[in-house]
Design a protein around this ligand. Structure first.
Ligand SMILES: Nc1ncnc2c1ncn2[C@@H]1O[C@H](COP(=O)(O)OP(=O)(O)OP(=O)(O)O)[C@@H](O)[C@H]1O
Ligand SMILES: [Mg+2]
Length: 520
């Protein structure tokens, strides 16, 4: 295997002088050198060939024993020095101090086709940041992370990527529901990839410690390599940096809202500085359209990270980042302006996104009202978000009377649609039909555009769970099937039609389908 190594992070940023792999507070350093743990019986279960290709890893490389050894942490690639990053974070609204890569270990950085990629293992063993935990990950959460990161990429949502899913061969003890029932599960390792894994928390930790020197070093580094167009370090470029992180964060969240993705733990240590979706933990996909839904049982009381609150939380997290960057800027006004813009941009982009889901290309001052009315009706009965929007593209101009019939497959309990609710739907379809008359697209063209933003296939919670149940029994075929179908989420793919279906009844209250804790 040949890789074009470019280890900029370790070369240009201050490292922790302590080499011993013991838990500690790491000061004035961006990372600590650490070696992944050797595992008992490493085995690669799946590889993302698209991702491998982007790194310059060939089909032949993938089949080698070296690939298995390297991407399960059992062998080091020559001339590389793995490391864990130091970061802090606000968890569920409170400052949590030092967190860091407690179970993620960066292997190296690679440049290929003029793009810089950092490659890391998740679940590869203890680091100085592991605190009270074991540094490991289990198969169920690794399957979820692996499948979802690649699915999000193919949906066009900014995300960290996954390269491989492997078994360690070791057993890992977990209390899946945090209810005192511990059990052994299969250990697994995902190798994942991003231009950078830096999070808001990497910046916050230095600000919290008043270590403005390292803070500046890290910000300058980030701008130099990842926001190059902002130019040399200055107050202006720092403000520009914050403005761009804010814009990227908002864009990412608007994509989440479009496809019905609920992240589940938007703590600042899980917010990427590049605006990528990072940390596929207790995430979930909306089945019934519901602003109040969160899959994360750890958050069931306050539902801080519920679907409808994601844009607000993005803003809250950006406030924390603004505080962290303040020492380099020493003026509140430009930072506040950026945060104010987030709010207005959210309104505009959200409206634009919803228009695209409805196939509206023109803008009309009454669109917000039309969308609001749609959301109101959608919330009246349990309505599958993905099926609703996908089927809506079959609506034909002048067919208001058929609207309800076109979307009826998306209702979970058809009986719930009472006469009054049916009337509300008919009224809405009438307004939609009237509004479509202002558009110039033909029915066919509108359908095509709508189908390009309303996915047919998403990684429904029960789908991952089926793949997990099989994998726990040693059958990995479904992982591949889901991986393949999710590569073309907007295409029809008749051979996979069975995955364009509402959540089955058995999955309604099943652990892993509608309920997920942070235990992973
Ligand atoms: N099994 C574990 N062993 C050691 N540290 C862990 C473990 N699980 C989580 N942590 C650490 O706890 C903190 C918060 O965890 P969180 O669940 O957000 O992240 P994660 O799932 O481990 O990984 P990432 O954000 O890298 O995808 C992080 O510092 C993380 O490294
Ligand atoms: Mg995390």
């Amino acid at each position: 295997m040949k890789l074009n190594l470019k280890n900029k992070f370790t070369k240009e940023l201050p490292s922790d002088p302590v080499k011993e792999n013991a838990r500690r507070q790491v000061k004035e350093a961006c990372f600590s050198y650490v070696t992944p743990k050797r595992t008992k019986a490493p085995q690669i279960l799946h590889v993302s060939r698209e991702m491998a290709n982007s790194l310059g890893i060939t089909e032949i490389d993938i089949e080698t024993e070296t690939f298995t050894q390297i991407f399960t942490g059992n062998q080091l690639f020559p001339n590389t020095t793995p490391y864990a990053m130091c970061y802090g974070g606000h968890q569920f609204g409170n400052w949590a101090g030092q967190l860091g890569d407690g179970r993620a270990i960066n292997l190296f950085e690679v440049e290929h086709d003029n793009k810089l990629w950092a490659v890391q293992l998740k679940g590869a063993g203890e680091t100085p940041y592991s605190r009270t935990a074991d540094g490991l990950a289990v198969l169920r959460s690794s399957i979820r992370e692996y499948l979802c990161s690649e699915a999000m990429f193919h949906l066009g949502v900014p995300t960290t990527r996954a390269l491989s899913l492997g078994l360690s061969g070791d057993e890992v003890m977990r209390d899946m529901l945090y209810d005192g029932n511990q059990a052994y599960e299969k250990g697994a390792i995902v190798s994942r990839v991003a231009s950078s894994f830096l999070r808001f928390g990497n910046f916050e930790i230095f600000a919290a410690r008043k270590d403005h020197k390292t803070l500046k070093t890290l910000v300058d580094y980030t701008i130099k390599h990842h926001f190059t167009h902002l130019g040399t370090p200055s107050k202006e470029s720092y403000i520009g940096f914050f403005a761009e992180v804010s814009k990227r964060t908002l864009d990412m969240i608007i994509h989440w809202q479009r496809v019905g993705f609920v992240h589940g733990v938007m703590n600042t240590d899980n917010m990427s500085i590049l605006g990528l979706t990072i940390d596929y933990g207790p995430y979930g996909w909306l089945e019934g359209f519901d602003y109040g839904w969160t899959p994360n049982t750890t958050d069931s009381q306050h539902k801080r990270y519920r679907y409808g609150n994601q844009p607000n939380i993005g803003l809250w997290d950006l406030y924390q980042l603004a505080n962290a960057l303040y020492p380099l800027i020493e003026e509140t006004e430009p930072l506040e302006t950026v945060l104010e813009n987030y709010k207005t941009d959210f309104e505009n982009k959200s409206l634009e996104m919803m228009r695209s889901k409805l196939g509206l290309e023109q803008s009309d001052h009454k669109d917000s009202e039309l969308i609001q009315r749609l959301e109101d009706v959608l919330l009246l009965t349990e309505t599958d978000m993905t099926i609703f929007f996908r089927n809506l593209s079959n609506f034909k101009l002048g067919d208001a009377g058929k609207g309800l019939q076109i979307v009826e497959d998306s209702f979970y309990v058809p009986n719930e649609v009472s006469d009054t609710i049916a009337q509300q739907w008919r009224d809405w379809f009438k307004s939609y039909d009237v509004r479509l008359k202002d558009e110039s697209l033909s029915n066919t063209d509108r359908k095509e555009r709508m189908n390009a933003v309303n996915p047919k296939y998403v990684l429904r919670n029960y789908m991952s769970q089926l793949a997990i149940d099989d994998a726990n029994k040693g059958n990995y075929k479904l992982i591949d099937e889901l991986f393949q179908v999710l590569k073309q989420p907007y295409a029809e793919q008749p051979e996979y039609e069975k995955w364009f279906a509402k959540r089955p009844d058995w999955a309604r209250h099943k652990v892993g389908c509608s309920m997920l804790s942070c235990s992973s």
